[in-house]
Design a protein around this ligand. Sequence first.
Ligand code: C2E
Ligand code: CA
Ligand code: CA
Length: 872
Amino acid sequence: MPIGHHSWLSAFRLRILHRVRRMSELQQHLRDVSTTPTGHTELARRSAGVIGLLVLCIFLGASLILARIAFTLNQDELNRSQTLVQKVFDARLETVSSTLLNFAYWDEAFEYTKDHIDLSWIARQESMGRTLLAQYALNGVLIIDPQDQTRFAYIKGQLTIDRPQTWLEGDLNGLIHKARAMSFEQQTAQAYFTVEGKPAIVWAAAIRPLSYPLDVPAERLSVIVFVDALGENSLSQMAKTFGLNNLRHDTSNTDVGLDLSTEPRIRLTWDVTRPGDALLMVMFPMLVLSIFIFSFITWHLLRRSIKAARQIDLSHEAMLKSEARFRDVAEASSDWIWETNAHLTVNYLSDRFGTTTGLNVNECLGKSLQELLLFDQNEFMALAHSSLRHNKPIPCRHTDVNGRERIGNLLVRRIDTQGVVSGYRGTVSDITDDIEAKAYILHLSQHDAVTGLPNRTHAYEILQEKLAHDLTEHTGFALLYVDISGFQQVNDALGHSAGDRILSKVGQRLRQIVGPDSFVARLGGDEFVILTAPLSSTALSTLCETLLDAFEQPITASEQELRLGLCIGVAQAPVDSNDSQELLRLADIALHEAKANGRRTWRLYNAEMKKRIQERRQLEQDLKQALRNDELRLVFQPRFDIASSQLIGAEALVRWEHPERGMLSPAVFIPMAEETGLIVELSDWVMHHACLEANRWDASVFVSVNLSCIEFKRSDLVDRIRQVLARTGLSPSRLELEITESVMIDNAEGAREFMIELKRLGVKLSMDDFGTGYSSLSYLSQYPFDGIKIDRSFVMNLADPTANNQAIVKAIVALGQSLSMRVTAEGVETQEQLDALATLDCDQAQGYFLGRPMPPEHLREQIAALSWPAAH
Ligand code: C2E
Ligand code: CA
Ligand code: CA
């Protein structure tokens, strides 16, 4: 993991640590406040309900109390006015009664009214009546004689006689008798009468002497009667005097009233002021208003508090979520969290500590941080007290419960409480696995999985490291470039897993031979490199020979014993070069030379090799030019039918007319063209010109063109030939393609498919240089060849009966016949050879004896003759 990544992570971890601690404190607080996340809102809602109910109760209560007060006030006022009226009335009765008594106890009147009334005296008393009426607001004053006759009546300001009986409706006689009966008591008789439809109070008292005792019986007494009609005037005067409102006589049963008499029914009523109603009128609207205002304020406050409560609930919920999130992160992280006091005594360890170290968290609390971890305390303090909040990890080590050492990165922050350092906290990330993984990855990146040997990258590193020192001839070393020849074929034949096992064994064998002082690496494929310790030239050649010898021993893989060849190219440092790339290149040049010299060789690099390489490279460049500058030529070598001695075809052979080096043989440039891939372009040129030339020949003569095995490795082969035929217009049956055995060895199945397709085009195929390769005779039957060209080497000493070539040629001819393939003998140089071939029943022949490769115009002439060369 890169450092940058680490510090970023560390910062993140510390932030989380801080958050987690803060969160858990907060959460504790919140847990105290409420248990459920929606608790506050619910609580506020419930209180709102209760408060609403309370307000309603207060309102109802206040209304009741107000109504009650109003009722009481009204009632009190009613009672008061009733009492007042009663008192007023009583007082009136009393006043009138005592006034009447004053008149009744009257000596003079007694003398004039006993037994019978002296009318003349009565007449003189008119003023008395007027005075009484006026002074006491009476309506009438009567004097009744002992015979119950009214002798004096002063009614409504007029003196009348004999009227009272009609004016006063009631039992006047009864009242008079009662008054006489009470003449010995100081009292008056009272009764209620009706006067002109209005109620009236009537008092009566017997007239008796004041200054002497009554000496006559009551029947002889006259009676004085006062009438007080409760008319409007009288009542309104009474009302005025005592502050009563609308005092009146009313027999309807109102709740306010004073019943004076039942027969006749006399009832006084008046308008009572209702102070309770007035109070209600004023207070009730005020109560309603104040309740309304109070309710509104309460509602508003409750709404706000519900809103606030919801806010609290939401933030509480968010906090719980956030806390859970950070806790998960902290737990999911591989780090553990610690906290100490100012003296580094551990007072908190996260659960991860236990998981990571296997130690018991509780047992470790109270210990010193240095007891748990090994770290540089100076660095710890420097970082903790630095003013920057950086995240530089401090390396630390500790031993886990299994006694295994673990490596960690420690991060620290100091805890400031009101400006004083009260402790430290931080994280430890266990990077042991990282480090081990890194080491493993490094090993993987430097080693080859198949052989376990160092790989190309690592080999370069080691090489550069070695070359970095100042090397002398004595401290120098050799670089051996090793190539396993034949490995590719084995790999193809036995499969990759067997190939891998072989490579592994090759690696082991190399290691074993070179010993611990040398370095062996696999560069890839079947190429290995060895860097030796300083060694003498004899020791170097001994080493190379030992290596070659060692590979004489077969290697066993997949129950098969394999004999692999070894080629070694050697370059020396600092003698040849002290540049790593150059040294490898030189060793590769030497390897090339070694390969060119056989399957089991080694070559030490020398300057000549470099020269050859340079020449070759120059030639490569030149060949590219040659194609463009039209420096290639074609020569044609004729082929004859042995039996009829007819010219039946010609093989096109390429030549290069090099501007400096003259005419070059294909043996010089064809392998190079194959290596560089130029062969395709070259071959196209050859085929094109060969076909064009063949078009000028007699139609019975075919042209034969050589194909390289490289061309069979490219998928466009068939198309190319189709195009050549199309462009030149040559009949496919007049084109023969010569293919060597190597094509089949390199790419057996693919080659067969190509051949089948080529056959479909209509061209002919022949196997060139037959007998030089590894292929067995049985091979042939599987491929659609039209003919076989027996290699020159078999024809060479055909005439020599001691060599067994005759038998071989005979066998090949027989094979060809059995497979219906025409057999051509190449390299026929003598008449004897030709004769022998004829005897062996060989079909066709080609060679210097019959015709050397010649310029096209010469061949054309010969074709025109169409006959066996006259010269032979
Ligand atoms: P090859 O296909 O076996 O061609 C026959 C070679 O044997 C020719 O050599 C020819 O000159 C030579 N030769 C013919 N008769 C005799 C004889 O009686 N005695 C002796 N000693 N040699 C004889 P050349 O032209 O130098 O070609 C060499 C090889 O180069 C050819 O061998 C062929 O494999 C390759 N080659 C030539 N031209 C081409 C080409 O156009 N394309 C490809 N791919 N290969 C070519
Ligand atoms: Ca050939
Ligand atoms: Ca040949």
